[in-house]
Design a binder for this molecule. Structure first.
Ligand code: FAD
Ligand code: DHB
Length: 393
């Protein structure tokens, strides 16, 4: 099998890349180790930056998002039983975000790819990327119990944190920057209308809580839990009781309860692999970097990477110049590090670290107070949340 761009992974990064390349008239093949139903059901991100929504529209994948997604003009910060709204358009000159689940983005992109794109093979597991530093890189993969080889001009590893692409970069050329956090998130889906019309990020001495949503009738909620927690340890009633405590306000706001349809625990880490390119192998999305989910940045970063790659390859095709491909890693990493900083700040602002001192707790409240009372501090949060420009600076 032969193609111009071999794409490993059909998460948001790989699927969007295949679409962008198709629009640019460049052929690709996508290899995905899981089956279609699994990819379409995996509950993860919920928030699209304005720039991400614009890219999906321009790629012809924004129609259902614009019909069913919910535009949000702010979030609420909750601390000390108080509520503070961060007004995005007022602080950023008109920017907002879109609440539209990753599952739906993937469904839309899969349908487009199967309708008019190149091959998208499910249950096709990449085993290794070979000859990345030559002009003829190859992906060895297994599909329908057979081993096969995909010969490519370029390989893009969009295979997430646990994928194989990153392993093809020699250790001696690699630098890894990493931090793990001593807590995770217990996430639930519940059949109950969201108790607030915008997302609520709550800091509480017992830990962080987040109220989000999937639709006007489905809530998505998260609770900070100790590292290593098993979701089965938490009964539905315990989850609602704990959410109620952490979201408590001094006014008459109430948390509505409903049947919980899914629960799972996500660990939290920050991770950056440098460089994001080795020869003709390019890494994109979670394959190259992870952020803790507090800033809602992971999917948006993945989109920034593949937009940068598609632009660079199109530039090479049109002008013959490899300058943008050569700049790929540096261009992406500028934006990645800004997102790492933002996600770290949001995480340390809102979570209670085990063993945190009274001094540290007071500092968190002072930082929140500052965001609530200073336009400059509020603007910094709003700009970070609604998204940094693609391209880095
Ligand atoms: P992935 O989605 O991980 O896709 C990688 C794909 O590669 C998978 O389909 C996998 O099956 C496949 N694969 C792996 N190995 C192989 C192989 N060897 N061969 C073939 N295929 C392979 N981000 C946001 O922007 N906003 C949010 O609100 C947000 N909330 C989140 C909440 C939670 C609870 C979690 C866990 C994450 C959240 N994120 C959020 C992060 C976001 O989900 C990820 O950053 C995003 O999925 C990254 O996309 P990706 O395509 O790079 O990787
Ligand atoms: C969601 C996830 C996040 O990490 C976040 O910051 C906001 C919303 C969500 O899944 O809806």
């Amino acid at each position: 099998m032969r193609t111009t761009v071999g794409i490993i992974g059909a998460g948001p990064a790989g699927l969007l890349l295949a679409r962008l390349l198709h629009v640019a008239g460049i052929d690709s093949v996508v290899l995905e180790s899981r089956d279609r139903a699994y990819v379409e059901r995996r509950q993860r991100a919920g928030i699209l930056e304005q720039g991400t929504a614009d890219v999906l529209r321009a790629a012809g994948a924004g129609e259902r998002m614009d019909r069913e997604g919910m535009r949000h003009d702010g979030i609420e910060l909750r601390f000390d039983r108080r509520r503070h709204r961060v007004d995005f358009p007022a602080l950023t000159g008109g920017r907002s975000v879109m609440v539209y689940a990753q599952t739906e983005v993937c469904k839309d992109l899969i349908a487009l790819q199967l309708r008019d794109g190149g091959p998208l093979l499910f249950e096709a597991e990449a085993l290794a990327v070979e000859d990345a530093d030559t002009d003829t890189p190859r992906v060895r993969f297994r599909h329908e119990d057979r081993e096969d080889v995909l010969e490519c001009d370029y390989v893009v590893g969009c295979d997430g944190f646990w994928g194989v692409a990153r392993k093809a970069v020699p250790a001696g050329l690699t630098q890894v920057f990493e931090r793990t956090y001593p807590f995770g998130w217990l996430g639930i889906l519940a059949d109950v209308p969201p108790s607030h019309d915008e997302l609520v990020y709550a800091r509480h001495d017992r830990g962080f809580a987040l109220l989000s949503m999937r639709s006007p009738s489905v809530s998505r909620l998260y609770l900070q839990v100790p590292d290593g927690t098993d979701a089965a340890e938490w009964s539905d009633e315990d989850i609602w009781d704990e959410l109620e405590r952490r979201f408590e306000t001094a006014d008459d706001w109430r948390l509505e309860r409903g049947p919980i349809t899914q629960k799972s625990v996500t660990p939290m880490r920050s991770y950056v692999h440098e460089p994001m390119r080795h020869g003709r192998l390019f890494l994109a999305g979670d394959a190259a970097h992870i952020v803790p989910p507090t800033g809602a940045k992971g999917l948006n970063l993945a989109v920034g990477d593949v937009v940068t790659f598609a632009r660079a390859l199109t530039h090479q095709k049109e002008t013959g110049s490899p300058e943008l491909l050569d700049a790929y890693s540096d261009t992406c990493l500028r934006r990645v590090w800004q997102a790492e900083r933002f996600s770290y700040d949001m995480t340390t602002l809102l979570h209670t670290a085990p063993g945190a001192t009274g001094f540290e707790n007071r500092l968190q409240l002072a930082r929140l107070e500052r965001i609530a009372s200073s336009r400059a501090a509020g603007t910094d949060l709003a700009e970070g949340y609604t998204g940094l420009p693609f391209g880095g600076r």
